[in-house]
Write a protein that binds this ligand. Sequence first.
Ligand SMILES: [Zn+2]
Ligand SMILES: [Zn+2]
Length: 360
Amino acid sequence: MPQIKAAVSHAHGAPLQVQTLTLRAPLMGEVEVTLKACAICHSDIHFAEGAWGGKLPAVYGHEAAGHVTRLGDGIRGLAIGDVVVVTLIRACGNCATCNSGKPVLCPAPAPHPGPLTAGDGTPVEAAMDSGAFAERVVVDQSQVVRLPDDMNLVAASLLACGVITGVGAVVNAAGLRAGQDVVVIGAGGVGLNAIQGARIAGARRIVAVDVTDDKLAIARDFGATDGVLASDDKPWRAAKKAMGKGADVVIVTVGAIPAYDTAAQYLAPGGKVIMVGMPHSGATSSYEPVRMAAAGQSMIGSKMGDIVIARDIPWLVDLYQQGRLKLDELISRTWPLDQINEAIADTKSGAAKRNVIVFD
Ligand SMILES: [Zn+2]
Ligand SMILES: [Zn+2]
């Protein structure tokens, strides 16, 4: 069985250790992908810090792209050498949830035990069904989407999570129509994608809300028409002034409770708050139900942009190849796996853009 280099978490809050693990062969319905790139997401950092629990030891990493190098039995539509994006969205394809168009919510358990073990034979968790801070992964075929052979794999890795979560929140969860007004709270990795999703979908005004002028300037590069500092007194006033009215859609892309507590303040009557950012488990938010009920407003949770990867990722690749979806501009720096702790520290320092681990 192949030995691979992977970044392993042995204790929440401790640095990851790059070590050799054993990766079993793909079983029925699984493929092995040799990775070219894996982006670092804030979710990886939350897991590594223990914010959401989870088994240890574990390999995080879930925004990846590479080449198919082995096939299990029963694989259709994929061949050795195919260029693919690897996502954490494992869906059985047969249950009521999958068939209602929400494969991101598929409740079916994984059909096989995880693929990773340490040298002494103890299992190592491939977190988020991925374990992609590693040279190779074995994943369910439902988690991968084939890309054009000439697709840039470093850019493609971003399509696995941050891009689909942000764009999907706008086009899938909110169902934004051309000419509507959008507020995006948080102009980080997901927020910038909500902003460019709103631009692609034809929003009228796109107001970014964040804590620094630097982030608001980057937000404008991705399509924001206006920027408001979250530190302003009642920032929804400035946002409503920019739009001339309340927002049809507010996308909350940060996990900060104050952002959730105040999100409905930005809304027009009939508007929707889309809940994307994930606070720590147990954190609660408060809002004024009577105002939202009387104004016909709603709060809607959105996981992974309600994405249907086989439908939406080829669409996004096409937009990228037309120059309408920015991916290269989302990358702040690439790093080797051996420097993953430095790359994570850089992401935690608040950089808006993605750091990407690149494998040789
Ligand atoms: Zn992610
Ligand atoms: Zn299912």
